[in-house]
Each structure stands twice: as structure tokens, then as C-alpha cells.
Design a protein around this ligand. Structure first.
Ligand code: NOJ
Length: 562
């Protein structure tokens, strides 16, 4: 079906391109081998020039880093690894000067076990109000069996038994993730109030929004019933294998009330309703259907939700067409924008993922002994996929390094792996370290210009040199220049708020027109098939993800035409 354009003055988050900065891996200013906030600030001009509207920064809070910062010990402070609060203030101020908005990561489902609340809960013992902030239960039977059979997303059991202050083995606490990440009890009003206050703390510092970690997990079925499934966050690679049976820990009705409260709070920061002043919420919620996902973006809840359905679509014309259409329909049904995303810090980089045989279930990392992606094909498809994605109406998320066409590091030695999923499954799952390797900025510099020193917290593969920013800047046809061109044209043609009309150019071709009604439409064509496709008469090329051959569009290539 045809989808209508939005008015010109549509709020920024309906069409923004938001670039995810993974702070450990973006830029290291102090030379300790780990990225930091001053490093990010120093590279903001690069991002402004790239043409993004906003950045989302993965957690920078005080943390023992058991899950790379998604284990927060203090929500109102910066981890010394990354800097301090004045560095955060400077980052926000500089970004705003450059016209770049700042979204930060909020982790409300669990804290670190080093958080003052959890330490107090351990010290206070069973029945105390301190324990009521988390999910503590007595064990089954004689107390030695966990309260139910739930498994952690990272592997192993989801319950850990504590030693009580008097030294005896005692209650169990729930952790859907690592045992260092105890789940909070969101039925406790104290928890609700605390997070309202944390939101205010950062809103007062000027942030433009929050990406909400595992937004669908906060409320559990109160019975905590047994469930014979693994509490996976994601699905396999094929739409077919999407889990349709969500466990009793996911997507409970009660979560929506929490977000309504947050929405009211955020809206109160924009009393005049000026769309430019909107502060936003974006849900990270891996759910089986678009409809369930978009319930988080109903008018009085969040502004956006990540479209992992798009990310997980197999690279086949029917699948991609179907997921785009379904995304737009589901978004329109609730009056929200859809988002588009291909890579983030939890998934194999799309330049590698798309180089695996089509239909391969999406792996959790790729190890050296596993089948390797076809790098050339992967990059070609990644460029085509991104060129398609950035022509779609709605908001789009990019992950640092994808603008360089960075592949996954598939040869990391196990000894350096940090992902708890690798350790908790005894290596059965490779885990997410391979997409988190520090950025190459300068081919000839130590750590490829990531920092002043040789070291980086995860070793960079030698081949990252050829992907370095300085090797691609100003180089015609480079992936970096492709992204810059796409972002410039997307803005010039208002594609983020355009309408979409499907075109039929053959069975192996995805094609549509993105038009605002008052400007020249942009025609977008992706060829999935082996047969080259002729470009429609009277059109001229705006940008192409690859090379045209005698005016024909080859396989796995996307073109924008005017
Ligand atoms: C989702 C985050 O993106 C991931 O990196 C993290 O491990 C889990 N949530 C737990 O916080």
C-alpha cells in the first residue's frame, strides 16, 4: 500500500538519523586503551560532518563492567574509565553547539550487584524493605533449589543464592542476565520513584532522550511460573524461527504504565510543546511481532522502538519488502514513526552478517573455527542494505564503524573475550565482543588512531587499517563517502518524512518512490536478483551503493534516482 508523507515541521525524532556510540570503542583520549567521553567529544565534528542528527551513547555510568556497563552501580555518576560528570556536561554542550542531539542509555531492569541498593539488600536480610527493591525469594524444597526454572539470557540459571548476614545459605535473587545484574522489583513504588529521579537528573543536564534497555522485561508474571524455554533476547536469523511464545518474564502488560509515567515526565520538560524541544524514549524490546513492539510507541508511551524485525530480515526480496511494509503499517496504526537498524553492539556487524548464506539463523558472534562470512559479498550487501534503509521514511539508527564498512572481528582469541554470554555458556556462544572492537581512525598510527597508545581493550585485527577513516575520507566510492552522500541527500530530499509508494519492477527487485508531494520524488531500487535491471527512462542517478554496469543495476546493489 501507499504511505503518506509527514508535514515538514514533523518533530525531529520522527525522521532523525541516530548514531550509536559505544563509548569503550569509539575514541580513547587518555591512552588507557579504553574509549572515553573526552574522546567522543573530540570526534563530534566528525559525526556532525557525517550528517547525523543525534548520537546515542551506550552506558557510561559507574560500573564494575561485568556486562560492559549494562551493570550500573551508580546512575548519577560517570565511570572513571570514561571520565567524570564535567566531561559529560562538556560532551552534551559541544554536541548541541554542533547541532547534534544526545540520547543516553538507561538500564532500568537491573542494577549492578555493586549498586548501593543491592549491597544494602544483602546486608539487611530477608523480609527487609531493602530486599523488596529486588526479586528475592526462598528456594524450593529445602531451599537449595532455585525458586523456579528460569534461565538467564546469557546462559545458566537465572537465580543465585545469597549467603545471609549471619553466614547461612539463604534466599535467592533473580537475574535475567548475569549474576552480577540483579533484577529490580518494579512493583515497588520506591523503584518507580528512583528512576523518575534518575531521568530528571539527566534531563536537567540537557540530554535529549533515553534508549531504554530491555524495556519489555521490567515486570514479571507475579506468580513467577516455571517456563520451559530459554529467556532469549533475540530470535534466529530467519523470520520463520521468531519465537512466538514469550516467557513470563517478557512483555507483561504492567510495563506500559511505567512508560506512561516517564512520558509525562519528559513532556513536562517541554511545556510549550515546541517539537524541537522534545525529549525522547526509545524502547529496546526484542518481540516476536511488529504489533507487540509498536505497543511501546502508543501516543502516551515511548516515541520510538528499535525495529529488530528489519535487522533480522533475511536478505531476500520478499522478506525485505514484507518487513518494510509491515513496519510502516504497524507504525501508522499507533501514529508513531518506525525506526530502521542493521547493526548495534549486540549483533554481528551487518557487513559480515550479510556475508553468511541467506537464511542462516543469526549467530551470537562468529568465532575463528566457525564458518566465515564472505567479506566481499557481505560488504556489497551491507552497502545495498544501508542505501535502502536510509531512503525509507522514519528514523534510522547507525552503529559506530558501520559507516566504514567495518566487518566483525571473527578471529578474537578466547582469552580476551569479555562478553558474559561467552563465559556463561562455556564458549558455546561466541558472544558479542567481535562487533565491539575499537574504531580505526588513522591507518598508520598506533591502535589505528583509536588512542595515543598501542593498546586497545580488545585487539584490532590488522585488516582494520584499510578501513580507517583517513583511508576513506575524500575517496570516491569509499563506504564512508557513501554514508556521507546518503545522509546529505536524505536531508536534502526530506526522505525521512516522505511518503512511500511501491513500484513493480520485477520479481527480484524491491522498488519504491519516496515523495513529499511538493518536491521531485526519489526512486529507490534494490536488485536482489542475478539479472541486471535497467533504470527507468528519464531518470538520473543520485547515488548508488555499487557500480552500475553499462547503465544497469547489478545484483545486491541499491540506487537512488531522481
Ligand atoms: C541489552 C543490551 O543492549 C545488552 O548489551 C545488555 O547485555 C543487555 N541488555 C542487558 O543489559
Amino acid at each position: 500500500m501507499t504511505h503518506n508523507p509527514l508535514p515538514h515541521e514533523a518533530p525531529w525524532w520522527r525522521h532523525a538519523v541516530i548514531y550509536q556510540v559505544y563509548p569503550r570503542s569509539f575514541a580513547d583520549q587518555d591512552g588507557d586503551g579504553v574509549g572515553d567521553l573526552p574522546g567522543i567529544t573530540s570526534r563530534l565534528p566528525y559525526l556532525a560532518e557525517l550528517g547525523v542528527d543525534a548520537i546515542w551513547i551506550s552506558p557510561f555510568y559507574r560500573s564494575p563492567m561485568a556486562d560492559a556497563g549494562y551493570d550500573v552501580a551508580d546512575y548519577r555518576d560517570i565511570d572513571p574509565l570514561f571520565g567524570d560528570l564535567s566531561d559529560a556536561d562538556a560532551l552534551i554542550a559541544r554536541a548541541h553547539e554542533l547541532g547534534v542531539r544526545v540520547v543516553i542509555d538507561l538500564v532500568p531492569n537491573h542494577t549492578s550487584d555493586q549498586h548501593a541498593w543491592f549491597q544494602a539488600a544483602l546486608a539487611a536480610g530477608p523480609g527487609s524493605p531493602e530486599r523488596e527493591r529486588y526479586v528475592f525469594r526462598p528456594g524450593r524444597g529445602d531451599g537449595t533449589e532455585p525458586p523456579n526454572n528460569w534461565e538467564s539470557v546469557f546462559g545458566g540459571g537465572a537465580w543465585t543464592r545469597v549467603t545471609e548476614p549471619d553466614g547461612t545459605p539463604g534466599q535467592w535473587y533473580l537475574h535475567l542476565f548475569d549474576d552480577t545484574q540483579p533484577d529490580l522489583n518494579w512493583d515497588n513504588p520506591e523503584v518507580v520513584e528512583e528512576f523518575q529521579d534518575v531521568l530528571r537528573f539527566w534531563l536537567d543536564r540537557g540530554v535529549d532522550g533515553f534508549r531504554v534497555d530491555v524495556a519489555h522485561a521490567l515486570i514479571k508474571d507475579p506468580e513467577l511460573p516455571d517456563w520451559h524455554g530459554r529467556a532469549v533476547m533475540a530470535n534466529g536469523g530467519d523470520g520463520e524461527t521468531a519465537h512466538t511464545h514469550l516467557g513470563p518474564m517478557w512483555d507483561q502488560e504492567g510495563v506500559h504504565e511505567i512508560y506512561r509515567g516517564w512520558r509525562r515526565l519528559l513532556d513536562s520538560y517541554n511545556p510549550t510543546g515546541d517539537p524541537a524541544q522534545d525529549r525522547i524514549l526509545c524502547a529496546e524490546a526484542w518481540l516476536p511481532t511488529q504489533e507487540r513492539t509498536m505497543r511501546y510507541t502508543r501516543a502516551d508511551e515511548m516515541h520510538q522502538a528499535f525495529n529488530f524485525h528489519f535487522l533480522q530480515s533475511p536478505w531476500r526480496v520478499d522478506d525485505v519488502t514484507e518487513v518494510v511494509e509491515a513496519s510502516l503499517v504497524a507504525a501508522e496504526a499507533v501514529g508513531a514513526p518506525t525506526t530502521w537498524v542493521l547493526s548495534n553492539h549486540d549483533v554481528v556487524r551487518h557487513a559480515s552478517r550479510l556475508g553468511l548464506p541467506v537464511g542462516t539463523p543469526r549467530p551470537n558472534g562468529i568465532g575463528a573455527l566457525e564458518p566465515q562470512p564472505n567479506a566481499v559479498l557481505g560488504l556489497r550487501r551491507a552497502r545495498a542494505a544501508t542505501t535502502l534503509m536510509l531512503a525509507l521514511p522514519g528514523s534510522a539508527y547507525l552503529y559506530n564503524g558501520e559507516e566504514l564498512g567495518l566487518p566483525e572481528h571473527t578471529a578474537l582469541p578466547d582469552a580476551v573475550r569479555q562478553d558474559p554470554a561467552f563465559h556463561r555458556t562455556a564458549g558455546e556462544e561466541t558472544g558479542r565482543d567481535g562487533c565491539r572492537v575499537p574504531m580505526p581512525w588513522t591507518a598508520a598510527a598506533p591502535s589505528f588512531g583509536f588512542g595515543p597508545g598501542e593498546e586497545s581493550w580488545l585487539p584490532q585485527p590488522d585488516l582494520y587499517g584499510v578501513f580507517a577513516v583517513d583511508r576513506q575520507q575524500g575517496v570516491e566510492g569509499s563506504t564512508l563517502e557513501l554514508y556521507r552522500t546518503l545522509l546529505r541527500l536524505r536531508r536534502e530530499h526530506d526522505l525521512g518524512v516522505g511518503g512511500l509508494e511501491w513500484l513493480d519492477l520485477g520479481p527480484e527487485v524491491l522498488a519504491f518512490r519516496n515523495a513529499r508531494g511538493d518536491g521531485t520524488p526519489v526512486t529507490v531500487i534494490t536488485n536482489f536478483g542475478e539479472e541486471p535491471v535497467a533504470l527507468p527512462e528519464g531518470t538520473s542517478v543520485l547515488v548508488c551503493s555499487g557500480r552500475l554496469h553499462e547503465g544497469m543495476l547489478g545484483q545486491d546493489t541499491t540506487v537512488w534516482l531522481s
